[in-house]
Design a binder for this molecule. Structure first.
Ligand SMILES: NC(=O)c1ccc[n+]([C@@H]2O[C@H](COP(=O)([O-])OP(=O)(O)OC[C@H]3O[C@@H](n4cnc5c(N)ncnc54)[C@H](O)[C@@H]3O)[C@@H](O)[C@H]2O)c1
Length: 132
């Protein structure tokens, strides 16, 4: 796919940073609709206001993508209110700070216990922090 022209694009973490840039790019490419998901309500509202008003329909949903129930409910709401999504950009919350998500010093979460165990990937083997 070389362009999202005419497509409906859903972007997580769309209120700021790279997510917002993806949204701006989709609008520039004349997407039919852009759906913004984020957990930062003031930033989400500001981005919604700043990106609205053109030919692309822009909508925003307050969603924590770490909450499965919220994701399920919001996905149903998007399907009902905007329609079928053609492209999803899973941008929110992949890596924080200067450490990879599998860093041993990152606290384990009950929903993702495997993340506390460093996987034996090539990237991990190159990282000194993974060898601890
Ligand atoms: N910027 C970089 O150089 C870089 C490098 C590698 C990976 N990444 C990853 O790309 C993504 C975007 O990076 P960025 O620099 O634009 O980050 P950012 O912090 O500027 O923006 C992230 C956005 O995601 C939202 N967000 C965070 N957790 C969320 C959640 N649980 N549910 C919904 N929204 C959530 C934030 O409110 C924010 O609006 C991040 O996942 C980051 O880890 C960024």
């Amino acid at each position: 796919m070389k362009s999202v022209q005419g497509k409906t694009v859903l972007i997580t973490g769309a209120a700021m940073g790279m997510g917002r840039l993806f949204a701006e790019r989709a609008i520039a490419e004349k997407a039919k609709a852009v759906v913004l998901w984020d957990l930062n309500e003031p930033a989400l509202q500001r981005t919604l206001e700043e990106l609205s008003g053109g030919a692309t329909e822009v909508t925003a949903y307050l969603v924590d993508v770490g909450n499965l129930d919220a994701v399920t409910a919001s996905a149903a709401a998007v399907l009902d209110e905007v329609g079928r999504v053609d492209v999803t950009v899973n941008n929110a919350g992949i890596v924080r700070g200067n450490q990879y998500f599998w860093s041993p010093t990152r606290p384990a979460t009950p929903s993702s216990p495997s993340r506390s165990t460093p996987p034996h990937t090539d990237v991990c083997r190159r990282e000194p922090s993974c060898r601890a």
